[in-house]
Design a protein around this ligand. Structure first.
Ligand code: C5P
Length: 258
């Protein structure tokens, strides 16, 4: 991908995979936006990233693109100056998850996900593996998928409300060293109220006001998600399927401000 993907231009804010670059202002709204590259080829991903240009800094590589194209797609994004959120939602025995996190950190990803439901030992192993390789790597605990409602939760054995389950899994993730969680905007305010502000909340299920909901069960607008306490929003199709992805990204940046 790097062969034809333009490097982020100097002054656009980010030229290295370093979240603490002094030239990137903390209040730059691009710090809060993650664009989901849910496509099946590196070429399609590259087209989107090139079209977005410097209107986004961070891209989510999830299981579709990773399964289709493998780690090279991540290496190429990192080499081009983008940050990568590797959303593979690891959930396995601690040794296996630690080994996967070790490999992910070697790819240079900035953020990655593990299922909080994997339990304390697995979360700890993931955090330790991340720390050993890259102390700045943000390990995020996935709480409850935004597509699940209480009926579905009960079928998989969770007895509480969505809110209760999110709070329980978020606390478990944070208690075991995760520096952030993934949850829907609808639970974000409750998580902030119960667990504080000293960690990241990454929120998918974000739709610009007035757009189609698709398969997102618990949606919010970008402004609502940030107002509820999200530190980052994940937006896919409203940007990647837009006629002008850069304009769509900029419109969202305008809604979340600084
Ligand atoms: O719907 P959109 O294209 O914005 O999805 C972006 C990301 O949000 C997806 O990669 C997916 O992981 C996540 N998502 C989710 N729950 C859904 C739909 C999507 O968490 N119901």
């Amino acid at each position: 991908m790097s062969a034809t993907l333009p490097h982020l231009v100097p002054g656009s804010g980010l030229t290295q995979n370093d979240p603490h670059r002094p030239d990137l202002h903390r209040n730059d709204p691009r710090q809060k936006l993650i664009v989901a590259l849910d496509v099946s080829t590196a070429a399609a991903a590259q087209k989107i990233v090139a079209a977005i240009g410097d209107s986004a800094l961070t891209y989510k590589v999830g299981m579709q693109l990773y399964t289709a194209e493998g780690p090279q797609v991540v290496r190429d994004l990192v080499a081009s100056g983008r940050r990568v959120f590797l959303d593979l939602k690891y959930h396995d025995i601690p040794t296996t998850v630690a080994a996967a996190v070790h490999e992910a950190s070697r790819l240079g990803v900035t953020m990655l996900t593990v299922h909080a439901a994997g339990g304390a030992k697995m979360l700890h192993a993931a955090v330790d593996a991340a720390r050993a390789n890259n102390p700045a790597l943000l390990v995020l605990g996935v709480t409850v998928l935004t597509s699940l409602d209480e009926n579905e939760l009960e079928k998989v054995g969770f007895r509480g409300t969505v809110r209760d389950e999110v709070l329980r899994l978020a606390a478990l993730a944070l208690d075991n060293g995760c520096k952030g969680i993934v949850t829907s905007a609808h639970e974000t305010a409750a998580v902030r109220a119960e667990l504080g502000h000293n960690f990241a909340i990454v929120t998918p299920g974000v739709r610009p006001a007035g757009s189609a909901h698709g398969d997102q069960a618990r949606v919010a607008t970008p402004a609502e998600a940030i107002a509820a306490g999200a530190s980052h929003i994940v937006v896919g199709r409203p940007i990647t399927e837009a006629a002008d992805p850069a304009a769509a990204a900029r419109a969202i940046l305008g809604q979340i401000g600084s």
